[in-house]
Design a binder for this molecule. Structure first.
Ligand code: SF4
Length: 352
């Protein structure tokens, strides 16, 4: 296993030009990995919410027990470190559904990456766990002590009732309260950034005024970073027709009219804009100290030879695309991939 080449400037290799990428040899096979790639661990497939827009319900999304560190994950970790992947993210389902298992898993990954982020609806962040020294602490503190650099909290609306209607929590816990968010900000301190994430939907946040009200509400709780995004567009070959598909189709919010207004709004300054084939990203500063992303993206099947993301699904198989069961990283997962495709996306057929 070795790092063979770093493509800093555009350079041709086997007929294709690469840059900002690393070429590695891993278990006798060559891989080219973007130096901006993110490793995402889908810690568990299930969730205590059933958000009306949740893409897990639309896409190939294999089940499995809560992820635990084992030889397979060690292999993915070794691959990621050799490939120079600098970011790790923990998502689900709901990663805090089992706080102790999340902590144990994270303790193997967070120290190996420059940045780490958890994407959560907040359910178990303040639950008690045992840390590496067998001392009791709350999950968030334990993760911060491991080096966690960011927490993204999913909240679909600042109005509690509307939020519950959209996120549809199961069980007694009904979503983050304002005092929960204030406490998360307090515990996170200066070094761990807390971001609120809101999916734009015609039944929830949908206009510039809604966005400004949401930001003012979050800011009053101590939040300085926000992301608003429309549900990802998924090509029909990779999409299941479910209630979520229909909801997203009927309630889609186009970000263009919103960003057109924000581009010239006196309280917003454009910080960064990027339009790529698969994503539109608009980053603003608001009132000088608040950062707001407004994003729209489309998911792509295994897009090119250069690996731009690595996702370990809850079945512990690493893939390079969220939506493509045939995008498995390691050849021996071909059978699992084929079974998943037959079961979940029969329109894809069997790829030999
Ligand atoms: S909280 Fe996230 S994983 Fe859970 S249902 Fe909502 S969007 Fe899906």
């Amino acid at each position: 296993m070795e790092l063979l080449k770093v493509f800093k400037e555009p350079e041709e290799y086997k007929g294709t030009r690469y840059w900002n990428a690393n070429l590695i040899k891993f278990e006798d096979k060559e891989y080219i990995v973007s130096d901006k790639a993110i490793l995402t661990l889908v810690t568990v497939a299930s969730c205590n919410a059933a958000c009306k827009f949740c893409s897990n319900d639309i896409t190939f999304h294999p089940n499995g027990k809560y992820m635990t560190f084992n030889d397979e994950l060690k292999r993915v970790l070794d691959f990621s470190v050799l490939a120079g992947i600098k970011k790790v993210a923990f998502s689900g389902g709901e990663p805090t559904a089992n706080p102790q298992k999340l902590y144990d898993l994270a303790s193997n990954f967070i120290p190996a990456f420059s940045t780490s982020r958890i994407h959560t609806n907040g359910y178990g962040l303040m639950h008690e766990i045992k840390n590496k020294d067998d001392k009791s602490t709350i999950l968030l503190k334990g993760l911060i002590n491991l080096g966690l650099s960011g927490v993204t909290l999913s909240v679909a609306h600042f109005d509690t009732e509307i939020n519950r209607e959209i996120m549809r929590f199961n069980g007694r816990w009904k979503g983050l309260t304002e005092s929960d968010i204030e406490e998360i900000v307090r515990v996170s301190g200066q070094d761990t950034s807390v971001r609120l994430s809101c999916v734009l939907t015609a039944k929830g946040i949908k206009t510039v005024d809604d966005i400004i009200n949401y930001v003012k509400w979050g800011r009053s709780l101590g939040i300085k970073r926000f992301i608003f995004r429309s549900p990802s567009w998924i090509p029909s070959d990779f999409s299941k027709e479910t209630q979520v598909t229909r909801y997203n189709r009927l309630n889609h919010v186009n970000i263009d009219p919103i960003t057109n207004i924000l581009d010239t709004h006196p309280d917003f300054k454009i910080k960064f804009t990027e339009h790529k084939t698969d994503s539109h990203v608009h980053v603003y500063t608001y009132d000088n100290e608040i950062t707001i992303d407004i994003d729209a993206s489309s998911e792509e099947p295994d897009p090119d030879i250069k690996i731009r993301r690595l996702i370990v699904m809850a079945n512990q198989v690493p893939y390079t695309s969220w939506i493509d069961p045939y995008s498995y990283l390691f050849e021996e997962h071909k059978n699992i991939a084929t079974q998943a495709a037959i079961k979940e996306l029969p329109q894809l057929g069997v790829v030999t």
